[in-house]
Structures are given as structure tokens and as C-alpha cells.
Write a protein that binds this ligand. Structure first.
Ligand SMILES: [Ca+2]
Ligand SMILES: [Ca+2]
Ligand SMILES: [Ca+2]
Length: 183
């Protein structure tokens, strides 16, 4: 019995696959009766890469399993726009019981955009003199600032926390830079 998922775009990576599975096996010797989980980076064409193999008897209980990005990397899975999962439950000879179920499948992409502290106007992870020029660029020409620092949020320059970046932020900017109070 084989269940194949719809198509997923996982090209951004940082994926966590989670599902609940039911697996009642009366023969667990040799691991030949099983619920096999595979993934393809190339739609139905494959190749299908094994990412989990469940071979133990869970009785009447549902169990949860998760596969994270490091595990996918270790399995040699390339993350593309055309991913599919498939689950295969099989009963290899000698004939025995394999009752398998799948539920609560979720595929999550965890976004880890770096967050930068107030005043770090060039988004290099530190607040220092290198941020002065970008700060004044943000004050004087916000469009030019956004163009030059596309990954930065101009509100990093809102040093007094009033929701806008303007002349009122200059004193708090230098106070913080000089070792004083920071937002
Ligand atoms: Ca069997
Ligand atoms: Ca900086
Ligand atoms: Ca402000």
C-alpha cells in the first residue's frame, strides 16, 4: 500500500516534516514488514530517497515522528520546488499483519531571517561607527537606504521608539553608540 503526497515547494530549505503514524506488526523480525518513508526532489520521477523506516510494533498506539533539515541533508536530499513524500506499508512473506495509518502530516518551513539590533543600520550584527553613515542615509534618503541595504529594516534606526526614523533619533543614536542608554 502506497500513499504519495501532493507536490511541495521546499526550495527555501529549513524544513521540518512531522507526522503521526500507526503501525501494528505481528512480525518484526528482520525489519522486512515496515512503513517506509521516502522523499523525491524531482516530482514523481524520483529518485526516491529513504528518510525513515518504521519496523517496530506500536500496538494500538499512534506514534509521532519528525524529520528535520539536518536529517534531510544527511540523507542527501536536495530541496527543490518539486518535492513529494511517499509512505509505503508492506507485508513481506511470510504473510502476517501490517496495519499502518498516517495522520497529522505537517511540513513546516522555519524562517530564520537574521534579526538585527537597534542602530545596526548596515546589518552586520554589530552597532558601531560603521553604522553612522547608513543611519544618516536612512534619515536623508530612505529609498536610497533601502536600495543599498535591502535586507535591513529601516526601523532599526528608530532609536527613540516612536515608530519613525527622523531627526529625533539622532541624539538617542549617538547616546547609545557612546555607551549610554539604548532602546
Ligand atoms: Ca510479513
Ligand atoms: Ca552595524
Ligand atoms: Ca524615531
Amino acid at each position: 500500500m502506497r500513499l504519495t503526497s501532493s507536490l511541495f515547494d521546499l526550495s527555501a530549505g529549513n524544513v521540518l516534516i512531522s507526522y503521526d503514524y500507526f503501525l501494528r506488526l505481528t512480525n518484526t523480525t528482520g525489519g522486512v514488514d515496515r512503513l517506509l518513508v521516502e522523499i523525491s526532489s524531482n516530482d514523481l520521477a524520483g529518485p526516491w530517497i529513504e528518510i525513515a523506516r518504521h519496523t517496530t510494533n506500536g500496538g494500538l498506539n499512534w506514534r509521532n515522528h519528525q524529520i528535520d533539515q539536518p536529517a534531510l541533508n544527511a540523507a542527501g536530499v536536495t530541496m527543490t520546488t518539486a518535492m513529494r513524500l511517499r509512505f509505503t506499508a508492506n507485508d513481506t512473506n511470510p504473510q502476517s499483519i501490517n496495519e499502518a495509518g498516517l495522520d497529522a502530516l505537517s511540513i513546516t518551513q522555519i524562517s530564520c531571517e537574521p534579526r538585527f539590533g537597534p542602530g545596526d543600520m548596515n546589518c552586520d550584527g554589530a552597532f558601531n561607527g560603521g553604522d553612522i553613515d547608513p543611519f544618516f542615509l536612512a534619515l536623508g534618503d530612505p529609498a536610497a537606504y533601502t536600495a543599498q541595504f535591502p535586507k535591513c529594516d529601516i526601523l532599526l534606526g528608530d532609536m527613540n521608539g516612536d515608530g519613525s526614523v527622523n531627526g529625533g533619533d539622532i541624539d538617542p543614536f549617538f547616546a547609545c553608540l557612546g555607551g549610554g542608554v539604548c532602546p
